[in-house]
Design a protein around this ligand. Structure first.
Ligand code: SAH
Length: 359
């Protein structure tokens, strides 16, 4: 049977905005979740978004200290678990591979030399990762990561990129928040189908205009990681910006060239993120067999792990770099920078020890 010919102008080179515009013209508005998922898949597949010349800078790109302290944490918990063999380092959404390189270097000095599995969907970023972590094996998702041996899993700024579903309270009841297209522009609109059954009892009577956001993809990932920890042993750290407690409201935002931009302009050309709901994820993890070690602000966690001493040592070793090292330390821990908004949630297998930094 001949393959259907693709429609002219609909190749991978077509701007996503043109594809969305045609889809919406033909079928009506698409959900915010669909919009965000497709936009980020296109965005990450086509570029390296990280660094000063890109759109945003992440903690491992600010300083090697970030990855080093994560490597130390992993080596410490592994050591207190009795130094099991066949242990696997797994990272979700490793970006340029910088965190993996720094963490594995530090862990190796403590005798922890795991095999390395990177979960990454972007071909552009896999190429970069293979330069810094040549020993790695790559996966499209967790399903193909080996099912034996304890997992030491890390994910920095991964969950925030997964698409959120938004529900909005209309006069007549709860509806899904959708994206429409009018006069050449995308804009949020209210869906037709009643969604009241999807809203927890306690929130049903919120005022019109209230938005509730959930991230089914993040819950699914944490569920799978928790079940893996319970079955295989190990520990996991998810680092991201978000709330320690559930709140209402949209947190969807877009960043391009280090500035916030309208998330409904130029889909696929800006990084779309939403704040992570750590309270829900802690619950999901515990419901699926993992131990929740705690959720701690990034600044407190890095201080507990010894970032001040590490910064002082680096500054002494290279006095010309001292000011830059201290500035990087401040950026990672200061409350008005990344120290408070970013949080670390720690999970472990039921029979694994507590981790440092979670009180
Ligand atoms: N952890 C890195 C990069 C964060 S950016 C750092 O801290 O610098 C988000 C990362 O997640 C990118 O590597 C992106 O390609 C990847 N990613 C986004 N959505 C994904 C998905 N659904 N599955 C796998 N990787 C994904």
């Amino acid at each position: 049977m001949p393959l259907p010919r693709s429609k002219p102008g609909m190749s991978a080179d077509t701007p996503l905005s043109a594809i969305f515009a045609r889809l919406i013209a033909n079928l009506g508005p698409i959900s915010v979740m669909h919009y965000m998922g497709e936009a980020n898949a296109r965005y990450y597949a086509t570029r390296d978004p990280l660094g000063v010349a890109g759109d945003f800078v992440t903690a491992p790109e600010i300083s090697q200290m970030f990855g080093e302290l994560i490597g130390l944490w992993l080596a410490d918990v592994w050591s207190r678990a009795g130094r099991p063999g066949a242990v696997r380092y797994v990272e979700l959404g490793p970006g340029r591979g910088t965190l993996a390189r720094d963490a594995l270097r530090t862990a190796g000095k403590a005798g922890l030399i795991p095999d390395v599995h990177l979960v990454e969907t972007s071909g552009a970023l896999r190429d970069l990762q293979s330069r810094l972590v040549p020993q790695a094996r790559w996966h499209d998702d967790l399903a193909s990561v080996p099912e034996d041996g304890p997992l030491l899993l890390v994910a920095n700024e991964f969950l925030d990129a997964l698409p959120v579903r938004q529900l909005v309270r209309a006069e007549a009841g709860w509806r899904e928040r959708m994206v429409g297209y009018e006069d050449g522009r995308f804009l949020p609109v209210v869906g037709d189908r009643p969604m009241d059954a999807a809203v927890p009892e306690a929130l049903r009577d919120e005022a019109p205009g209230t938005i509730i956001e959930t991230c089914p993809g993040a819950a699914a990932v944490v569920c799978e990681v928790a079940a893996r920890l319970a079955a295989q042993g190990g520990a996991a750290l998810f680092i991201d910006y978000g709330h320690a407690r559930f709140r209402t409201g949209s947190t969807l935002q877009a960043v391009r060239r280090h500035r916030k931009v309208d998330p409904f302009v130029a889909p696929g050309e800006a990084d779309l993120t939403a704040l992570v709901d750590f309270a829900t994820l802690a619950q999901v993890a515990q419901n699926h067999g993992a131990r929740w070690l705690g959720t701690v602000e990034q600044g407190l966690w890095l201080r507990a792990l010894g970032i001040d001493a590490r910064a002082a040592a680096l500054a002494r070793a290279a006095p010309a770099e001292a000011a830059a090292v201290i500035a990087a330390r401040d950026r990672l821990v200061a409350p008005d920078q990344m120290g408070t908004l970013f949080k670390i949630i720690g999970l472990a297998a039921p029979n694994w020890p507590d981790g440092a930094g979670f009180v």
